[in-house]
Design a protein. Structure first.
Length: 387
């Protein structure tokens, strides 16, 4: 039996304040094409459908359109989705009973985890066990009875205690969950959990034939049975070099095979670095012109207003970093602060901070009399406005 596993769509997300709805729409078109070509029995969406609990209307319309196009691509397709830690379970629960009659099962209640979604295709059966992201209030009555369930680890163990007796011996048993498995490799764009109590032991996936996981944005293993599909797009520049896509899973007697179906993004995330004169040279790096770019300037002195010249080469420039500021910042946090503390000196005044900033930006030159006067007037006006 074939399954398609995706997670962490994060519809409605912005990257460095840039709306990426067009890029996400192209990604979903790619997913629909995979459904039409591979004809999986089910699409498993392992959480973080949206980037925030109250998604923008455009993101909701995009997901609605995707569900409709998926059904048109394969009317027999079953879709099983769960909320992740970015989603609002209560909002996702709207209309779920009606949608389930059309083969779209959005399971939002942890208490329903022991009731599977049953799939039959080509003489084979699968029981899909949807386990939504477990907030601290999940399985509340257990806490009232004194079990003290608090962290993800304990909540997940409780969920598995409920599911395990109901596993079907004559079907493939597949878990869909959103969690941080112990030993997983995290990325910059994830909202992290704090502490080992928030990690889930990957051995808990062993009773299943496959565990379709969400939360970590890199495609990776989680024990012998668990797999993270990763996010289908890079949502930080650190992820720009990662393989992104959807996981095609073939369930068969004695195990499974999982293959990443790569997604070619509408725009890649690129980090480039070099002197400003090189990066801003007319026509530099034409191969990156259509990509999202973060430029790191290696000049030893700060460059004033570099963004506009760089955008001539990189219209989708999202971020500019300067080595000069990074070096200055690391120096300011070291011996200088310690010396001030030892000498008992008072912190610098705002005028002194302005003079230091001016010197940093102007190769050591202090502000002239007119600049100092204008800055003092601005400080006065700001102080008056705050009273």
């Amino acid at each position: 039996m074939l399954l398609l596993h995706a997670a962490d769509l994060h519809l409605g997300k912005t990257v460095h304040e840039r709306d990426i709805g067009v890029e996400q729409e192209a990604m979903l078109e790619n997913l629909v094409a995979c459904i039409a070509e591979k004809r999986p029995a089910a699409l498993l969406l392992a959480g973080d459908l949206y980037d925030r609990s109250i998604p923008p209307p455009e993101a909701v319309r995009l997901f609605d359109s995707f569900l409709n196009r998926s059904a048109l691509a394969d009317p027999e397709l079953v879709i099983v989705a769960i909320p992740g830690n970015h989603d609002s379970a209560s909002r996702l629960s709207f209309g779920t009973r009606i949608m389930s009659r059309s083969g779209v099962h959005i399971r939002t209640s942890p208490e329903d985890c022991a009731t599977p979604v049953l799939i039959e295709r080509g003489g084979e059966r699968a029981a899909i066990w949807p386990l939504p992201f477990l907030n601290s209030g999940a399985f509340d009555y257990q806490a009232e009875q004194g079990s003290g369930i608090r962290g993800q680890s304990e909540l997940f163990a409780e969920a598995l205690r409920r599911i395990r007796p109901n596993l079907l011996p004559d079907a493939y048993n597949v878990l869909v969950a959103h969690c941080f498995a112990t030993g997983g490799s995290a990325s910059e764009s994830e909202r992290g959990f704090v502490g080992q109590a928030e990690e889930v032991d990957s051995s808990l996936f062993d009773p299943f034939d496959y565990a379709a996981l969400g939360h970590l944005h890199r495609f990776q293993k989680a024990g012998s049975k668990g797999r993270y599909s990763g996010s289908p797009l890079a949502y930080s520049f650190a992820e720009g070099g990662d393989d992104k896509g959807f996981v095609l899973v073939e369930l068969k007697a004695g195990g499974f095979e999982a293959e990443l179906l790569p997604v070619r993004p509408l725009r890649a995330m690129r980090r480039i670095e070099g002197p400003f004169s090189v990066l801003a040279a007319p026509g530099a790096f034409p191969e990156y012109r259509d990509d999202f770019v973060e430029a790191r300037l290696t000049d030893p002195e700060p460059v004033l207003n570099p963004a506009d010249p760089l955008r001539a080469n990189f219209p989708n420039l999202l971020s500019v970093r300067q080595a000069a500021f990074e070096l200055a910042s690391s120096g300011a946090s070291g011996d200088t602060a310690s010396a001030a503390d030892l000498n008992g000196s008072s912190p610098p005044s705002i005028q002194e901070e302005f003079a230091a900033f001016h010197a940093l930006m102007k190769s050591g030159a202090p502000p002239d009399e007119e600049s100092s006067r204008l800055f003092a007037q601005l400080v006065k006006e700001a102080s008056s406005a705050s009273l």
